[in-house]
Design a protein around this ligand. Sequence first.
Ligand SMILES: Cc1cc2nc3c(=O)[nH]c(=O)nc-3n(C[C@H](O)[C@H](O)[C@H](O)COP(=O)(O)O)c2cc1C
Length: 444
Amino acid sequence: MARKKKLHLGAMVHGVGGGWADWRHPDSVPNASTDIDFYKQQAAAAESGKFDFVFVADSVSINKNSSPHYLNRFEPMTILSAIASVTTHIGLVGTVTVSYSEPYTVARQFASLDHISRGRAGWNVVTSWLSGSAANYSKDKHPEHDERYKIAAEHLEVTKGLWDSWEDDAFVYDKESGEFFERDKLHELNHEGEYFKVKGPLNIARSGQGQPVIFQAGSSEAGRNFAAKHAEAIFTYGNFETVKDFYKDIKTRAQSFGRNPDEVLILPGILPLIGESQEAADAKHEELASLVTIEKALHALGRPFNDHDFSVYPLDGPFPDVAHLGAESQKGSSDSIIRLAKQENLTLRQTALRFATPKGEFVGTPKKIADLIETWLEEKASDGFIIQSATPKGLPEFVEKVVPLLQERGIFRSEYEHSTLRGNLGLSVPENRNTANRRQTTTI
Ligand SMILES: Cc1cc2nc3c(=O)[nH]c(=O)nc-3n(C[C@H](O)[C@H](O)[C@H](O)COP(=O)(O)O)c2cc1C
């Protein structure tokens, strides 16, 4: 019998919730985004469900219309370090922007998290889609969309180079001879590029998984190329058809860049709403949707368009022509909103409400959700999922009701296979480039 493809699961721990009004739900904890106990509980639930990783998203600019979770939340590296000390197996993935960080700092932070967690760190590389970020980092101008991906490529090249500063067996700690490390196993990077000039070496060694795992979520042309060239796990959103197309597209691009497509995992984000019957699950969606006012829906819609203020247009008029704003912000997502509004001839009000209260396919009984997960996996629309929750009960409920079905079907683990994130995701450990160079030089 052919071996069944195995599923990978991540949990997006999103404090008070992703939507504009989730915080008003009776089960919600309004200050969850800065509540250490909430994060510990969610991480414990995900680890008890043998999830591959928890994910903490981030951005670096807010205004009065930002969603509750954006307004007051933990910085990812800090909260992930805290979670590392109360968990043992689950991966710890955090967002850090390349547009407003220095590779040396990022390399140190993730290498530190990787050591603290004994090989469980992952970096979600983002380019930042809110132009307001520039003003928080002493910059006059936010880089343009495609340039941000050029910065990302160079940033990542430098960061990975720094992670290889020390060869794995460099530290000998020989108390007798007094040799702390082998001097020829420490390497400078001496990078001089368009955006960064970094000498190195980094002041921390590699961890057990070699390098933290690289995550990404590009959906535009530039974003897809970046993801297919550099990422080891890629987040996306969409329905079965769009995600299946995305899966094929990214795997093909990865192959054309000389990569093994099996080492590029596609993980769509889904928000399961579970009920003992379809009606009960539908009612959960209706309850959440009823909390979203049109004012909040317009704020939500504004986000992928660089926090654009949609309240200036007639609500029942056609969707306004704002493609240029999306093209410089979340290009992929804004394009799909414009396409949907055009295809279905939606008014601004209809588009905003549709966007702010999305009803994905994963609303139903535990069996229906497990069936859909299995179908997406088998039909090559995904290698796994990043699970989002509207309230604090969402993740524990998924772990309790859906995970056992996935385990029974033999598509999800009952025990962790490895102690590292790379190991559990089935990704190989990258060889240190300096060790590889040495090996090549000695064999010539
Ligand atoms: C599941 C998921 C999580 C994401 N997390 C973040 C995040 O934490 N911070 C961020 O700035 N963008 C995040 N994004 C957005 C992407 O980084 C990117 O801006 C978006 O997919 C648009 O890509 P494009 O610029 O190639 O069109 C996320 C996207 C997805 C699908």
